[in-house]
Ligand binder design. Structure first.
Ligand code: PEP
Ligand code: MG
Length: 560
């Protein structure tokens, strides 16, 4: 056993063994009271720092675009905007004019903006990280602050830091760095997202205990369990050192007794498509289109959406691409869409409820883009609607699709009707799964939300995270019921919640009868390997025990 185990949130389900390198900014501001400020000189110093920072950001932008992708590189454009924001610049210059040294003026002007963003929700709050990044870059230039060169770390380093900004993370080379762990951050923080695109072992949000881990100590970053093992023992070291994951399997996989299971990827942005294909995805099982609407001032046009979906279809010429229509509300907020303030946003206006209500115009635009892309793209398009709770909602959505097709017909625009499906994420959808399946080509189970609603356990809350577990019998039975309903109506059934990407649960899911499993690309090789080792006849007997089990531990025992 390791000498100590620290718990955080796993960001990438990989383990890495290495030696701690602490990454801190080590910036010391001058004592403003001791400095006589030459206003013109300080102003010049500030201007020089801004132009050097700009040059650095442009170089890093290019390197990131090459190494990670265009979409990830776009964060540097945001940094350049913050760097040259006239309000912040004015605030710095005003302070300099009042006799404040340039570094202190930068610290205070950025500090005020950081505080404002920290007071906001979700992704706006993450902007505070971007501002900190720009501030620290300027302070380093103004104070000659030392910092560890992240791009040039010794092989086998594990980086520990208070937080890692997007530009920090983009410099990490997954071939030499064994992983990282941070004091702050959650699964959706930029650092975690970058870690996943680089398949780098990472644990975020460890808390202040991380500070006690000294540089030079050997640690294991277990991004699966969300733990940092300080002073690991021999077996923990060996397990981490050999965790390179299963090898990529290009072809479709089947169980030892010949049941084929489609293993697909969940994506949200065009830049994730090729990495998914590279990790052996058979297709896309969930394209979260709301990501195409984030980080911009207005919704993407029909043509932009058409292009994005075409790119997906052309990346998987032999495969299927399941696109989910806009799913906002709940924890996903888009500032320009004017979402209502609700006491329980997860039970409020989200998913299909908005597409049939206040966002109906956006829904029509999206459906037109999808119908057109289906005709032109190489792969097969499938479209699914999120958070359906009633047959009425599904029928209204199907009517909207018919209307969009009729409009394109009238205008003489080429289109093709894609496969249509429903996400099963609400208990009601489970209870009316027969009626839903009778009207569509497929069902896809969203276990993140389904578990939240079946167990009445907020998917975002660390206080009830133990209850938010899809291996409770209530959820297992809901999955089984959905599969039976789909198959009774010749519909295929997939799963695109996080559960699908857990190779320890592959046998259970195959045994329950799922036809497709869709997950973040990093776990595809492990799940493909698990499918190939599964015998369907045994798996279905064990699944029968699982769905008749009374407790979570009995479900677990049924799979031993
Ligand atoms: C789900 O709820 O399981 C799902 C896949 O959708 P999201 O996580 O985007 O809500
Ligand atoms: Mg969902």
């Amino acid at each position: 056993m390791a000498e100590r185990e620290l718990q955080g949130t796993g960001a990438t389900p990989r383990s890495g063994l290495g030696t701690v390198v602490w990454y801190g900014q080590d910036i010391e501001l001058p004592d403003a009271a001791d400095v006589t400020v030459d206003e013109a000189a300080e102003r010049d110093r500030f201007a020089d720092a801004v132009s050097t920072a700009r040059a650095e950001l442009e170089t890093e932008r290019e390197a990131t675009a090459e190494r990670v992708g265009e979409e990830e590189a776009a964060v540097f454009d945001a940094h350049i905007q913050f760097l040259e924001d006239p309000t912040i610049e004015d605030a710095v210059e005003t302070e300099i004019a009042e006799g404040t040294p340039a570094p202190n003026a930068v610290d205070s002007a950025f500090g005020a903006h950081i505080e404002q963003f920290e007071g906001m929700d979700g992704r706006m709050a993450e902007r505070a990280d971007d501002l900190r990044d720009v501030r620290d870059r300027l302070l380093r230039l103004l104070t000659d602050g030392d910092r560890v060169e992240l791009a040039d770390l010794p092989e086998g380093s594990v980086v520990l830091a208070e937080r890692l900004t997007p530009s920090d993370t983009a410099q990490l080379d997954p071939d030499t760095v064994a992983g990282f762990a941070t004091v702050t951050g959650g699964r959706t923080s930029h650092a975690a997202i970058f870690a996943r695109s680089l398949a780098l072992p990472a644990v975020v949000g460890v808390g202040d205990d991380l500070d006690s881990v000294e540089a030079g100590t050997d640690v294991v970053v277990d991004g699966d369990a969300g733990t940092l093992l300080v002073g690991p023992d021999e077996s923990e070291r060996a397990a981490a050192a050999t965790d390179s994951g299963a090898g990529v399997v290009e072809e479709q996989v089947e169980t030892t007794d010949g049941r084929g299971i489609e293993v697909a990827a969940n994506v949200g942005r065009p830049v994730e498509l090729q990495p998914a294909a590279d990790r052996g995805a058979d297709g896309i099982g969930l394209y979260r289109t709301e990501f195409l609407f984030l980080d911009r001032e207005a919704p993407p046009s029909e043509d932009e959406q058409y292009e994005a979906i075409r790119e997906a279809l052309d990346t998987f010429p032999e495969g299927r691409v399941v696109v989910r229509t806009l799913d906002i509300g709940g924890d996903k907020r888009i500032p320009y869409l004017d979402l209502p303030e609700e006491a329980n946003p997860f039970l409020g206006e989200r998913g299909i409820r908005r597409s049939l209500g206040p966002d109906s115009d956006l829904f029509v635009t999206q459906l037109r883009a999808l119908l057109r892309a289906a005709a032109d793209g190489e792969g097969d398009l499938a479209v699914m609607v999120p958070l359906v709770a009633s047959v009425e909602e599904l029928e209204d959505a199907l009517d909207a699709l018919d209307d969009a097709a009729a409009d394109l017909d009238d205008a003489g625009v080429e289109y093709e009707r894609p496969e249509v499906g429903v996400m099963v994420e609400t208990p009601s959808a489970v209870f009316v799964a027969e009626e839903l399946a009778a009207r569509v080509d497929f069902l896809s189970i969203g276990t993140n939300d389904l578990t939240q609603y079946v167990m009445a356990a907020d998917r975002e809350s660390e206080h009830v995270s133990d209850l938010h577990d899809p291996t409770y019998p209530g959820v297992v039975r809901a999955i089984h019921r959905t599969v039976e309903a789909a198959h009774a109506h010749d519909a295929w059934v997939g799963m695109c919640g996080e559960m699908a990407g857990n190779p320890d649960l592959t046998e259970l899911l195959v045994g329950l009868g799922l036809d497709e499993l869709s997950m973040s690309a990093v776990t595809i090789p492990d799940v493909k390997a698990a499918v190939s080792e599964t015998t369907y006849s045994t798996a279905s007997e064990r699944a029968e025990d699982a769905r008749t089990a009374a407790t979570r531990s009995a479900v677990a025992n049924s799979q031993q």
